[in-house]
Design a protein around this ligand. Structure first.
Ligand code: MEV
Length: 438
């Protein structure tokens, strides 16, 4: 029987692996070899990765691909994408080429404000709390001055500090609601440090306020943390072209393409089951860039899905219309990204990803990332409303199946030739491979 382990984090990497092999992997040498095969031969690079997280025993690779030819605001980019799903990079590249021939993508950052909150409980007179907050506003700002000094030098800092009464939702619950400009950093550490300092001042000043009752003096801090919901950190990405230039298939007229495409978008706007899958396709593009550039995709996901349901019903992130003969397709999403701090200067591949994007500011990276999401959605909805997605998907999938089956280069060539004329299905591929292998 497996027993709980004590002091696991103190064990060496090899001891951790031995423990794992003994307790969970039946001591199979192959399991240990798999872990070791993913170690980097460059020891200092491996050490760097070991230290990103705790209890590291190996590395988990994701393919790192490139989608070239992205024309964004008249500048050409090759976009790095880290993703395991086949077809995503191909779809992005296709959409980039398609829109590159039609004027390219336009992107604009509408605002870049981040949010943080100190959540606290106060039992007492509201007017006393408001007076206390106003009297201590300066003290609160002074207390964070050592933390904000550097950010202010870079043009950022604290934009606004408010007391919010949430007692109608939860008894005795109030917030300090703080707005931040974190410039090119995602700003999580900066925001959380400021908030914890605010919380300390709030708590200590409450204890020392002479017009507070004993109960009021017990103002209780619950937690201090940034919000990953950033409705004032919005980027807009869009494409447009005359409807008659919209189709690249001689068998489909631009206006018919537009009509069906817009129908698909309307369905995602009103139908949550479809909206979730529709938005998942957008996130294929966004997450891949967010990951490649060392940003926090969980934060981005949480914030974007909150935005997609901001009116009480989950809906499409993208929208489309035809106006005066012009097809418009656009998206506005919250996106808090950083190009300094965090992994950006630590992880060599992340650094390289940012280099190939010409070392963008956070604002530029927001635009590039949103465009990758819009492109992905365009490609998905285009396929879905014309050929269906399986055709493209299965072509990419063919290679995955062949690799899983350890097909030789010669077998791969024969299979590719065979499946240019035959429908690709998982079972079909396996059967044909068996036939080739006799
Ligand atoms: C697959 O990863 C993404 C799609 O399902 C997106 C969509 O349906 O719009 C193709």
């Amino acid at each position: 029987m497996i027993k709980p382990v004590n002091g696991f984090s103190k064990l060496s990497k090899q001891q951790k692996i031995d423990w794992l092999a003994e307790n969970y992997l039946s001591n199979t040498p192959e399991a240990v070899t798999i872990l070791q095969n993913y170690w980097n031969t460059d020891e200092s690079l491996q050490k760097l990765h070991d230290e990103f997280i705790e209890n590291t025993i190996s590395n988990y690779y994701l393919p790192f691909g490139i989608a070239p030819n992205f024309k964004i605001n008249d500048r050409l980019y090759a976009i790095p994408m880290a993703i395991e799903e086949s077809s995503v990079v191909a779809a992005a590249s296709k959409a980039a080429k398609f829109w590159g021939e039609r004027g390219g993508f336009k992107a604009e950052v509408l605002n870049m404000t981040k949010i943080g909150q100190v959540h606290f409980m106060f039992k007492g007179r509201k007017e006393n709390l408001h007076r206390f907050f106003e009297e201590n506003r300066q003290k609160l700002n002074d207390a964070v001055a050592p933390i904000t000094r550097n950010m202010e030098k870079r043009g950022g800092g604290i934009l606004d500090l408010d007391l919010i009464d949430k007692t109608s939702d939860l008894q005795n619950y109030y917030q300090l609601f703080v707005k931040f400009d974190t410039r090119d950093s995602m700003g999580a550490n900066f925001i959380n440090s400021c908030l914890e300092k605010f919380a300390e001042v709030l708590r200590n000043q409450a204890r020392a306020t002479d017009y507070f009752s004993e109960e009021e003096k017990q103002l209780e801090i619950v937690m201090s943390i940034l919000s990953n919901y950033v409705p004032e950190c919005i980027v807009r990405a869009e494409v447009s072209c005359p409807v008659d230039q919209l189709s690249d298939n001689p068998e489909i007229q631009g206006k018919d393409f537009a009509e069906k495409f817009i129908q698909a978008i309307r369905i995602a706007e009103i139908e949550p089951y479809r909206a979730v899958t529709h938005n998942k396709g957008i996130m294929n593009g966004i997450d891949a860039v967010v990951l490649a550039t060392g940003n926090d995709f969980r934060a981005v996901e949480a914030g974007i899905h909150a935005h997609a349901s901001r009116n009480g019903k989950y809906t499409s992130l993208t929208h489309a219309k035809v106006e005066n003969g012009i097809f418009h397709f656009w998206m506005e999403i919250p996106l808090a990204l950083g190009t300094v701090g965090g992994l950006t200067s630590l992880h060599p591949l992340v650094k390289l990803a940012l280099n190939m994007l010409q070392d963008p500011s956070a604002e530029e990276l927001m635009k590039i990332t949103a465009v990758a999401g819009l492109a992905q959605n365009f490609a998905a909805v285009k396929s879905l409303t014309t050929t269906g997605i399986q055709q493209g998907h299965m072509k990419m999938h063919l290679m995955n199946i062949l690799n899983q089956q350890k097909a030789t280069e010669d077998e791969k060539q024969q299979m590719i030739t065979y499946f240019t004329k035959n429908t690709i299905t998982h079972s079909g591929v396996i059967e044909q491979l068996e036939r080739i292998r006799g």
